[in-house]
Design a protein. Structure first.
Length: 192
């Protein structure tokens, strides 16, 4: 095995994963003899649009007639990670920005200020002021958002547990879904 620079944006691999997109020519790839061949039909690299604004906020249908100003702002896409946060938020007053992966909204500077990882979902809670920025508190990663919401807004324990043992069991399942099922489902959806 040796490291060599990849000259093509896309390479074909002799594995069940037919293509591997490489973002830049400067990235190195671990190769063995005959493992990779240059792509005959390279996929063009997706670039960020020149427009740097994120999509506007909107209220979910269930809260469309609410006069309460939204203090919880969700940045999301209709993926399993985005949907599970939306389900819990249906019980609270919130709005959301429907990001577009096709427009690489999750990589725009405005979103990266909320979540430096550039992944959805992300939440800005204007009920809490971050002393470092003077703006709302940013929470990202679906499990972290779910925990933030139940710890701060579920005062009657409708969605959470007062009992430490039950809370521990719920946390085990939340982190299993977050670290096990979610990534595997995402890979299956992407590669198969």
């Amino acid at each position: 095995m040796s490291l060599r620079p990849i000259r093509s944006l896309t390479v074909h691999c002799r594995s069940p994963l037919a293509r591997i997109a490489v973002p830049t020519v400067s990235h190195l790839c671990l190769t063995s003899p005959n493992a990779y061949t240059p792509a005959s039909n390279p996929v063009p690299r997706r670039t960020m649009s020149s427009q740097s604004e994120l999509p506007p906020f909107q209220r979910p249908e269930s809260l469309a007639n609410s006069s309460d100003p939204a203090k919880l702002h969700l940045y999301t896409v209709g993926t399993p990670n985005g949907v599970k946060v939306s389900i819990l938020l249906e019980e609270l007053s919130y709005d959301f920005s429907a990001l577009s992966f096709a427009n690489t909204d999750q990589k725009k500077p405005e979103f990266l200020k909320i979540n430096p990882n550039g992944r959805i979902p992300a939440l800005v809670d204007d009920n809490v002021t971050d002393p470092a920025t003077g703006a709302g508190h940013n929470v990202f990663e679906s499990a972290s958002i779910l925990l933030w919401l139940v710890e701060n807004y579920d005062t009657e324990n409708k969605f959470w547990f007062e009992d430490k043992l039950l809370r521990s069991k719920a946390l085990s399942w939340i982190f299993f879904a977050h670290g096990g099922v979610g990534p595997m489902q995402g890979q299956a959806n992407h590669f198969l």
